[in-house]
Design a protein around this ligand. Structure first.
Ligand SMILES: [Zn+2]
Length: 470
């Protein structure tokens, strides 16, 4: 029996997750994510993704984030006809994300074609895939719930365990049984944290793995505790009621928006804050929230206790509104009195949040609350840095709005939490840990940390390099 593992993405970087497990010449693809970052470079890397399509026996999707599912339509476009195993919630979120990507690419192609025409230049950029390719990919997804072992190849079994990262996120556990020998490989996908709202904690009651492929996004970071996030939200809401101002929250449409809604619902229900109008103003976030509503099988104990047991909808309450049309979104500009707007995109680079910022950034009674990662050179990062002169839609604005931040919302385990999770596993058979999905600096720190903790056989996966599993 020959088992090898290699990565064609998320190796010494965080995007483009694509890992391949090869068992006696048959390949299993784990995630098919898009590269993100600098536009031209990401586009080039996405186009030559290097996956040996005709050797893939089955594909597996760990969760619905774009950097894990974004190139599944390209995989099917290039001829892949096999199954794509994913939890039902991941299938739904991935379908939403893939379709959104196809739309954005079509829109970009039109825009750039017009620009090139104006300049009298030749234009030959084509989208990576279109809506029809997304439909094909979505058709190939086979829903596999947590803890339902499934044979997926000759002597190969797959089982999903909850990764506690986003709704439906899973770790992929492979058991390879051949020639009287059993090898167990655990791929963490993106690993979440304990005590998060809505979803469950990362599972640790797994069979003892021989090999662990582990993400390392925050391998050199510690997060704030999740405990005081609600308190801070309550304080800001109360202050806003007093000043009759507004809170603008740029938030990722998936998971972060639903977590905020969930927290506000708890605060209103417990009478801690009054019923201030709260608007979710992002079509993507509204669609994602619908997906959250139809997957109670992914909920943690807290949401069952607070809502489901009492026959209540965790994502619906009197003062919560979901806007649909652009007109409804614009009408919020005229709203008087206290108001909370949750809108995308999370880094303020595009989307309806930019219009709300342009409208309210000069108002001292507005608070901009940042709750997520802000990449360098984004408007969100400049706001978080409390810069006063900000350019929105090509126009300069003076910021008089207050800026606050809550850092407790991260969906990835930090190095300490990942270490704790490892310690909670049965590591009696563990031979090696392979680190993926991290920037070099974070990975170097994490590797050292794990080795000092006693996980002495820890290695950083390099792009394209093969690792033998016995
Ligand atoms: Zn993720």
């Amino acid at each position: 029996m020959a088992i090898t593992f290699y990565s064609l993405g998320a190796a010494e970087e965080v995007t483009g997750s694509k890992h391949i497990l090869e068992v006696d010449g048959q390949s299993y693809l784990i995630d098919c994510g898009a590269f993100q970052g600098s536009r031209a470079e990401a586009d080039r890397k996405n186009r030559d993704f290097g996956i040996p399509v005709d050797r893939i026996e089955n594909a597996v999707l760990t969760h619905g984030h774009y950097d894990h599912c974004g190139l599944l339509p390209l995989l099917t476009k290039r001829g892949y006809k096999g199954n794509i195993f994913a939890t039902p919630a991941s299938r739904d979120l991935a379908s939403l994300i893939m379709m959104d990507s196809a739309k954005i690419q079509a829109h970009d192609a039109d825009f750039f074609r017009r620009q090139a025409k104006k300049r009298g230049e030749k234009f030959d950029w084509e989208p990576l895939f279109d809506e029809a390719d997304v439909v094909k990919a979505a058709n190939q997804i086979v829903g596999l719930s947590y803890n339902r072992p499934m044979p997926i190849g000759d002597g190969v079994k797959l089982e999903f365990y909850d990764a506690g990262h986003i709704l439906g996120s899973a770790m992929a556990f492979f058991t390879v049984k051949k020639d009287g020998k059993e090898t167990r490989i655990l791929c963490s996908g993106d690993l979440g944290r304990s005590n998060r709202p809505i979803i469950r904690d990362p599972d640790h009651k797994l069979p003892a793995p021989d090999y662990i492929v582990l993400e390392s996004t925050y391998g050199d970071r510690r997060h704030d505790s999740t405990d005081n996030a609600m308190e801070k939200l309550a304080d800001l809401a109360k202050r806003t009621v007093k000043t009759r101002g507004r809170i603008l929250i740029p938030a990722f449409a998936i998971e972060r928006t639903q977590e905020l809604v969930y927290y506000f619902h708890l605060l209103v229900d417990d009478g801690i804050i009054p019923e201030i109008p709260i608007y979710v103003d992002s079509p993507m976030a509204t669609n994602a929230t619908t997906i959250f509503q139809v997957h109670p099988e992914c909920y943690g104990e807290d949401i069952h206790e607070a809502f489901i047991k009492h026959h209540k909808n965790p994502f619906g309450f009197n003062s919560l509104h979901f806007t649909t049309s652009v007109d409804e979104s614009k009408a919020l500009n005229e709203h008087t009195g206290p108001l909370i707007i949750i809108s995308a995109d999370g880094m303020c680079e595009a989307g309806r949040i930019t219009h709300h910022l342009a409208n309210s950034i000069g108002d001292p009674n507005t608070t901009i609350l940042t709750v997520g990662y802000m990449a360098q050179n984004t408007l969100g990062r400049r706001i978080r840095n409390k810069e006063t002169d900000l350019k929105i839609h090509g126009q300069w604005f003076k910021r008089r709005a207050a800026v606050e931040e809550i850092n407790a919302f991260s969906a990835h385990a930090d190095y300490f939490e990942a270490g704790q999770w490892l310690d909670s596993l049965d590591t009696s058979r563990l031979k090696k840990i392979l680190l993926v999905h991290g920037e070099p600096k974070a990975q170097a720190y994490f590797k050292k940390y794990l080795i000092e903790k006693g996980y002495t056989n820890t290695e950083i996966v390099q792009y394209g390099k093969s690792y033998e599993f016995d």
